[in-house]
Design a protein around this ligand. Structure first.
Ligand code: ADP
Length: 767
């Protein structure tokens, strides 16, 4: 079909383009591709990433899904003039259905960026798309089945977490990690797999600086980070990795500390640099070098979007009871003294990689990730969220490290300071540079040297290693308890990836909790550059060695931030979202309704809730936990497939239960409770959750506000005093109406009333 026919067809036969001008249609055709397929060809496959919008020019196709019983169900058939692929593009989800041709098939393939710039920006097209989206997402049974479908899609996808760095437009990305005396870099081209080149300039400003790259090590002269930057750019150009610095389209910078100001990666501008400078007191050793790197990058790589990715960012989801210290509250409020956690880039990378490697949905897993290098930390990753980690306000706490103490009685430190007359700076040097494995062994902070000394019978070296492994074992046990379950333990970092001995000593004795290593596999795992399972077949919990790749993760985050920015920029309308304070409530299954209220009982609606189809019923139940009871908890209808109890923090306390923060519907490894109704009682084994703050909205709201399903956003709520809440999940469904739901206690503490309004302030990430 020639272009003029396609033009006539789009203009006259496809409702989506009815208000497009001739030039706009021509531009659209120019930037898209007319593609031909044969009969029975799969054009869209379940689990694939949404990369284009299709418009059928000729032929027909069938849309189908595989239902919970593994049976293929046809949802719709499409023909000439219909569009497809819009759900994945507009929801940001993976493709949730198959589209298979039923005849010879010609379609226009509109790439996602062209879709965003030329189609979504047109109000009439947007209205048309919203209608189609609303109808189709209903057909896909978005509600309860949606979670299952998205899990299946994730498992089917070859790259569900974007770790292969695919982008709709080619990107040449330089990743920079500036330490106090080093500059690490890695270059990625999204058109090819893997890293083109990586390296590090070490000992900047010290004796004998050296440049180590993938190809060779060269001794150099280098006294400042500026010189290191010059050297790296010259190296990239001289070795033909790039033609000029202007070719770099994106740069991702690792920033160690984001403090309370940054929960997610950001595109850097003047404002961001000012904020970063404010955080310097929290990370005086690391952040200044990071900021210097960013400023140099702006000068040297003028065409690149600069993005900051924070080592603290992943731990932003820690609940207050995990991040607060037992210090006077004013130090948290006035000085920001709390646990922030570090190595977040590595913990999030290896946890994603593990889920992918084990072929399991990320947000269904409980993992403990152990990053063991010169600096070491452990992290509890509960259904995709970091809920605790061993490093604290600074990277000194937790495990014993190369030269850092790890956990020490703070009283002991005061005692030492007094006895030795050390001032705060000297104490800082003591706990960061002279302690840990080095301090204990009085020999070395390097695990290789320590291991060989211990092998030779050096008692203190041996003791230092044993102490580290004992520490690790305790953290594994305590984080399994914190998550109330465990699926996988993951080792990474220089020691975690290379020392079978440390992995083995850390896991020994944990057979009682289902951790059994396969010694041979464990030994064989050393220095492999890919993930490997090191637990025995009969081990209930899987143990893995997964090499970390912080640079790749920074590149992935950089691409994500850019995509979110591009997708949302054109429609960034700040809509007001009504806030609803959620009182306690319970959803029941048919079976539990029968037990509590009697055979054949039907719930009696008393008022409709803002979410269409949902109602508050007359029925109430009493909850009884280990400590006490809460009466009159209202049942919401209609019946669901799982019984679920959502209660405020005060009520959790009254009952004596401690549920995790979860999305509605995700009740694995949550506490149970007794429910009592007029007809009887039932003890549920699980189902009590502390609901994640969330916003319900329709696809139309989502598009208008420039967000997608499962985006994690930060929200500003107006009122007496304005407040910002991070970590709010956006849930999109045609069945929802616009509202933000917030826990009663949280609302009371912040003086938020049910008639307040919220505005989305920024997008943090996509879950
Ligand atoms: P950083 O935390 O600075 O990124 P790494 O992750 O590179 O550091 O880890 C450095 C640590 O890994 C050192 O203690 C080093 O001795 C240890 N390590 C590297 N290779 C081995 C090995 N084969 N056996 C034991 N430890 C090793």
């Amino acid at each position: 079909m020639d272009t003029s026919n396609v033009y006539e067809f789009l203009k006259n036969k496809v409702p989506l383009f009815k208000d497009f001008g001739s030039e706009e249609i021509k531009e659209l055709i120019d930037k898209s591709h007319v593609t031909t397929a044969i009969t029975n060809e799969a054009i869209l496959e379940f689990g694939q990433k949404g990369e284009f919008l299709g418009v059928i020019i000729e032929g027909s196709a069938v849309v189908s899904i595989i239902d919970d019983n593994g049976v293929e169900q046809e949802l719709a058939s499409l023909s000439k003039g219909d569009i497809f692929g819009e759900i994945a593009l507009m929801s940001g989800d993976l493709v949730m259905a198959n589209l298979v041709t039923r005849s010879k098939f010609i379609f226009l393939k509109i790439p996602s960026d062209i879709f965003t710039t030329l189609v979504l920006s047109k109000p009439s097209a947007m209205t048309c798309l919203i209608k189609i989206l609303t109808k189709r997402s209903k057909e896909l049974a978005f509600k309860e089945q949606h979670r299952n479908l998205s899990f299946q899609a994730e498992i089917k996808s070859s790259d569900p977490h974007g770790l292969m760095l695919s982008s709709s437009k080619p990107e040449l990305m330089l990743i920079i990690n500036c330490g106090s005396s080093s500059l690490k870099y890695a270059l990625y081209d999204t058109e090819s797999t893997g890293c083109k080149v990586s390296g590090v300039v070490e000992r900047i400003g010290l004796k004998d600086p050296v440049h180590k790259s993938t190809s060779k090590n060269v001794n150099i002269k280098c006294t400042t980070h500026t010189e290191a930057f010059e050297l790296v750019s010259a190296f990239l150009i001289d070795n033909n990795y790039i033609k000029s610095t202007s070719e770099i389209t994106s740069m991702g910078h690792r920033v160690v500390h984001g403090g309370n100001l940054f929960a997610a990666p950001v595109i850097i501008d003047k404002n961001v640099i000012e904020k970063l400078e404010k955080i310097i007191p929290l990370a005086p050793l690391h952040n200044p070098a990071n900021i210097e790197g960013i400023k140099l990058a702006f000068k040297k790589f003028e065409n690149a979007t600069q993005v900051a990715v924070f080592d603290t960012g992943f731990h932003h989801t820690l609940p207050a009871y995990a991040y607060l210290y037992g210090l006077p509250y004013k130090y948290f409020e006035e000085l920001g003294v709390r646990k922030y956690g570090f190595h977040g880039i590595s913990h999030s990378y290896v946890s994603l990689k593990t889920a992918w490697f084990l072929n399991r949905p990320y947000t269904s897993m409980e993992m403990i990730t152990c990053h063991l290098g010169n600096g070491s930390s452990v992290c509890a990753v509960d259904h995709g969220r970091s809920i605790d980690t061993s490093m604290g306000m600074t990277p000194t706490s937790g495990l014993i490290m190369g030269t850092r103490t790890g956990d020490v009685d703070p009283g002991a430190l005061c005692y030492i300071a007094k006895k030795d007359g050390l001032n705060p700076d000297e104490m800082d040097t003591l706990i960061n540079k002279k302690s840990g494995l080095l301090g204990m062994s009085e020999n070395s902070g390097d695990m290789r040297e320590l291991t060989s000394a211990a092998n030779g019978g050096d008692y203190k070296s041996l003791l230092a290693i044993k102490t580290l492994c004992y520490n690790l074992r305790k953290y594994i046990g305590s984080y399994a308890a914190a998550m109330q379950g465990l699926d996988a333990v993951v080792f990474t970092g220089g020691i975690g990836e290379n020392s079978a001995l440390i992995r083995s000593l850390a896991c020994q004795g944990l057979e009682f909790m289902g951790i059994i290593l396969d010694d041979e596999q464990n030994r064989a795992a050393d220095s492999l550059n890919e993930p490997v399972i090191i637990s025995a077949q009969e081990s209930r919990i899987q143990v893995l060695m997964v090499p970390t790749d912080e640079e790749l993760m920074i590149a992935r985050e950089t691409l994500n931030v850019k995509n979110i920015h591009n997708e949302t920029n054109s429609n960034n309308i700040k809509n007001e979202i009504p806030v609803e304070v959620s009182a306690h409530h319970i959803h029941l299954t048919e079976e539990h309704i029968r037990i509590l209220f009697g055979e054949g009982h039907k719930l009696t609606p008393v008022s409709n809730l803002s979410q269409p189809g949902q109602y508050a019923s007359k029925e109430r139940v009493t909850l009884t936990g280990p400590k006490g009871s809460v009466d009159n908890v209202r049942v919401l209808g209609p019946a669901r497939s799982k019984t679920q109890v959502e209660i405020s923090m005060t009520e959790q306390f009254k009952l004596g239960v401690h549920p995790p923060i979860r999305e509605s519907g995700d009740i694995e490894d949550t506490p149970g409770i007794r429910l009592t109704g007029p007809n009887g009682s039932v003890d549920i084994k699980k189902g009590v959750i502390c609901a994640m703050r969330h916003i319900h909205m329709t696809p139309r709201d989502a598009i208008l506000m420039g967000v997608r399903d499962r985006y994690i956003v930060s929200v500003k709520i107006g009122g007496e005093r304005e407040l910002t809440f991070g970590d709010v999940i956006v849930r999109v469904s045609p069945d929802f109406s616009l509202a933000m739901h917030i826990d009663t206690d949280e609302a009371n503490a912040a003086d938020i009333k049910s008639n307040s309004v919220a505005i989305i302030e920024s997008i943090q990430s996509k879950k």
